[in-house]
Design a protein around this ligand. Sequence first.
Ligand code: FMN
Length: 303
Amino acid sequence: MSIRFCGLELAHPIINGSGTFDAIAAFRVFGEGLRGAFPFAAYVSKTITLEPRAGNPPPRLWEAPAGLINSIGLPNKGLGDYLLEDLPLLADMSTDPSGAGDSQAVPLITNVMGSNAEEISRLLEACDERPEISAIELNVSCPNVHTGLDIGADPRQLEQVVRAVRGRTGKPLIVKLTPNTADVALCARAAQEGGADAVSLINTLRAMALAPNPLSRPPRPWLGGVTGGLSGPAVRAVALAQVAAVAARVAIPVIGMGGVQSAAHARELIDVGATLVAVGTASFLDPAAGARIAAALHAGTAP
Ligand SMILES: Cc1cc2nc3c(=O)[nH]c(=O)nc-3n(C[C@H](O)[C@H](O)[C@H](O)COP(=O)(O)O)c2cc1C
């Protein structure tokens, strides 16, 4: 089942969705046992920004029918502390347990986000210097400070930004597209034209929930961030449509995700053109979901 993806050799096609599996916390809980049984073929970090972010005030989660709305707000310790504290831990965890040289059994993909080309350039340059990082995923669901529009929602802006930052790293650059746009395939084309090596989708769909008490007047938003992002089974059909549309329009590899809970769901995304499949919300229900799905894909059995 091993797969080549942007020059990397992966043991199987299942990786994690950014922000949905905390590998450092998992190692604290499961210890050394996880080293040889890591559930994903590559590990994607949560989104890292130049400066630390506290994230949104609570409440941060809402259970929607067949899904989850999160308004976590991308809290993270910032680039400096991520590189200093987290990356060495992640690199140690992902080293081949057989001790065969320094090879990383689980390549590390760092997900970064900035609000303009200059910020993104600094993130890419810093990641480029670190041999532990195998590839970079650029989250473009970040509002442009001038237009308020997500950078990735406008194909022209997306192409300009990717082109401006592309040269700042020699590592593979994956652009994580936003589904909250008129034509995601056009955005994927723009990312490719700008120099992306791969695209990933879908990120969460913009969503909202009102405070649960129907008698409260005026109605008020439940989530501290007012709106949040919908994920899980509720978005799977949307993900399938968007991955199919994108795969038909680009020549670069596509990482598909959105609501995957089983090998059958992963197989559908592969059938419409995904090279890799990421498991996100399902890992909150079952931290071993990635391993279960990879094993079932390999065996040709569902789920
Ligand atoms: C709690 C939570 C946190 C997330 N954090 C990030 C993040 O930091 N960066 C990012 O690019 N995507 C983030 N995502 C989006 C996921 O990586 C994925 O694109 C999305 O949830 C769809 O996949 P799923 O339905 O399998 O969860 C997050 C999703 C959830 C549910």
